[in-house]
Design a protein around this ligand. Structure first.
Ligand code: PMV
Length: 397
């Protein structure tokens, strides 16, 4: 049977949600919980994609549809596939389930399609690619509308002539998965998405996003996106994970209250335009995030926890917490180093940093939350298994 399976982690925001919309730094970590995507080649002659056993309806699955139009075009000869999605990242709760799905699905499609390289080229060198997307290539524009008559993954110019073909793990480029993940998130969210979720779900570990290059961390790339309000630019960095000798855990508490991110973001935007003085609060969240980053770099988790709790107070002041989240944060406090809401707020999840995960988890559950426990900084996207690759070999010319 021809089959490929890839997984990517969910994420949680440690510092800087909402303030990041105004250009302040924000930090997200990959959690242990993952989304697994598997693709199977359908029997010959099958024409319609299937998802979890049902016919795939593009409008219901905008992420899959946007990836399919970039990497798996029927017009270019790509065969129909069956896709299965599993995992333990709860959907629509601010834990990055849609980004993890997009990143894992792009890894599956690339592994199954393979990649044409120029003659004697290396899969790890983007300059040798005859096809593909990467932030290291200046002509990559995965957000713009796909021209149905043209294979968008095919490159033009000197490196646009395919002569050797690689597939499976060899064909995977994590930056490409992150870039495609960001593009399809933007499409599914009406043109607006930061690269936070897609970067952390692809690269794993800890990711810092800012509108400037932040000293003391490892800068990885600049990401730009044309959103309805104009061009936006983000600097994406990674922070080394210093937890080897430290027994620290994240306990995530889900309030079960549903609050759409767009409403929460609009609420903060309205507060800022009503009273521009309040931009100080946004700047203070930025300062707290920078302090949190310094503490993370030193492996000083007591200070990381303090910064998280301060961040929560600022978010409360902005009006993006709610009674349920405050209850869970309060319940976690006695047994943890720090706790805060994570993500857009108004509902969704909170996160506590703790050396006593069992105790903290029980306290949060007693206060009405459903919990997940995770170590800090987990592996990014990876291929779990494959057989019968490639599913399809696009023509080399
Ligand atoms: O709840 P999430 O994971 O979608 O996080 C939203 C984070 C915000 O800063 C509130 C919005 C954003 O686009 O960064």
């Amino acid at each position: 049977m021809a089959k490929v399976e890839a997984s990517a982690p969910g994420k949680c925001i440690l510092f800087g949600e909402h303030a990041v919309v105004f250009g302040q730094p924000a930090v997200a970590v990959a959690i242990e919980q993952r989304i697994t995507v598997s693709l199977e080649l359908l029997e010959e002659g099958a024409d319609e994609w299937r998802i979890d056993g049902m016919k795939l309806i593009p409008s219901k699955h905008p992420h899959v549809e946007a990836l399919r139009s970039r990497l798996w075009q029927k017009k270019a000869g790509a065969p129909a596939l069956s896709i299965h999605i599993n995992g333990d990242v709860p959907p629509a709760s601010g834990l990055g389930s849609s980004a993890a799905l997009s990143v894992a699905a792009s890894a599956c499609l690339r592994a199954a399609r393979g990649r044409w390289l120029s003659e004697g080229g290396e899969a790890t060198e983007t300059k040798d690619w005859a096809e593909g997307f990467s932030s290291q290539l200046t002509d990559t524009d995965v957000y713009s509308k796909v021209d149905e008559g043209k294979d968008p993954a095919r490159r033009v110019g000197a490196n646009g002539q395919g002569s050797s073909h690689v597939w499976g793990e060899q064909a995977i480029d994590v930056d490409e998965c992150a870039l495609l993940g960001h593009a399809v998130e933007a499409i599914a969210q009406g043109g607006r998405a930061s690269p936070m979720d897609s970067s952390v779900c692809a690269h794993g570990g800890i990711v810092l996003l800012s509108d400037e290059v932040e000293k003391g961390t490892d800068w990885v790339y600049t990401r730009t996106l044309n959103i309805p309000e104009g061009d936006r630019t983000w600097q994406v960095h990674t922070i080394p994970v210093m937890t080897d000798e430290q027994d620290v855990y994240l306990v995530i508490g889900n309030s079960g209250v549903h609050a759409p991110t767009s409403i929460q973001v609009a609420k903060v935007a309205a507060a800022m335009s009503e009273n521009p003085q309040r931009m100080r609060e946004i700047e203070t969240i930025g300062l707290i995030a920078r302090r949190g980053v310094e503490a993370l770099l030193k492996g000083d988790y007591e200070a990381v926890g303090r910064a998280m709790s301060e961040n929560h107070l600022m978010l409360r002041g902005l009006g993006v917490s709610c009674l349920e989240l405050d209850d869970l944060v309060r319940a976690a406090a006695p047994s943890s180093l720090g706790a805060k809401l994570t993500g857009a707020g108004g509902g969704g999840c909170m996160v506590a940093l703790t050396r006593n995960p069992k105790q903290t988890s029980e306290a949060i559950e007693l206060a009405g939350g459903r919990t997940l426990i995770s170590k800090i900084g987990n592996a990014g996207v990876r291929i779990e298994s494959h057989e019968g690759l490639p599913f399809w070999k696009p023509s080399s010319k």
